[in-house]
Design a protein around this ligand. Structure first.
Ligand code: SME
Length: 166
């Protein structure tokens, strides 16, 4: 059984360093894309403060993201590329940090409690495979340190998974 050690939330660099190390240990030796996304969401949701949603969407066709494993309230299943924050991250092939979801044109409300959002695209060998999506009930919750931290987390997830069968 994997028992996550409680991580100190006092400073963000330490939080992300320890979270990355725990994620590496948790996913080690397992290549299944869905199982690893499920465990990664659970670990993130348990360890990172002030989140109301943490999870994955996968690019099932070149035009559409489909909901994957997550923690939080039930969410929208399909998001077109270019739509919402998730679709924007795929179209731009870059992380999108939204300090205030009300100020982001086209933001898709899955959980009415969300106030800020961070979406990291999952890119493997030049191909966008999906996104890692984090929502917070606090406006301005995410900054550059969170972005760098979650980009490392996404990288660990991508590197551990076997994408040949996807
Ligand atoms: N807010 C996202 C939709 C997904 S939920 O936040 C889980 C968006 O605008 O793409």
């Amino acid at each position: 059984m994997f028992a996550a050690q409680k991580i100190s939330q006092d400073d963000k660099p330490t939080l992300y360093r320890e979270l990355c190390s725990q994620l590496q240990g948790l996913l080690q030796g397992e290549g299944d894309v869905i199982a690893n996304a499920a465990n990664a969401s659970a670990l993130i949701f348990e360890q990172v403060p002030d989140l109301n949603w943490a999870g994955f969407y996968f690019l099932k066709t070149p035009e559409e993201l489909v909901l994957g494993p997550f923690q939080g309230k039930p969410a929208c299943v399909r998001i077109a590329v270019g739509k919402g924050v998730c679709g924007a991250a795929v179209a731009r092939r870059a992380t999108v940090l939204v300090e205030d979801v009300y100020a982001f044109p086209g933001h898709i409300f899955c959980d009415g409690g969300s106030r800020s959002e961070l979406v990291v695209p999952l890119i493997h060998e030049g191909r966008v495979l999906g996104v890692l999506d984090l929502d917070s009930p606090t406006t301005g919750r995410f900054d550059a340190v969170d972005q760098a931290g979650f980009e490392r987390i996404a990288q660990i997830y991508i590197a551990t998974c076997d994408w040949t069968s996807v």
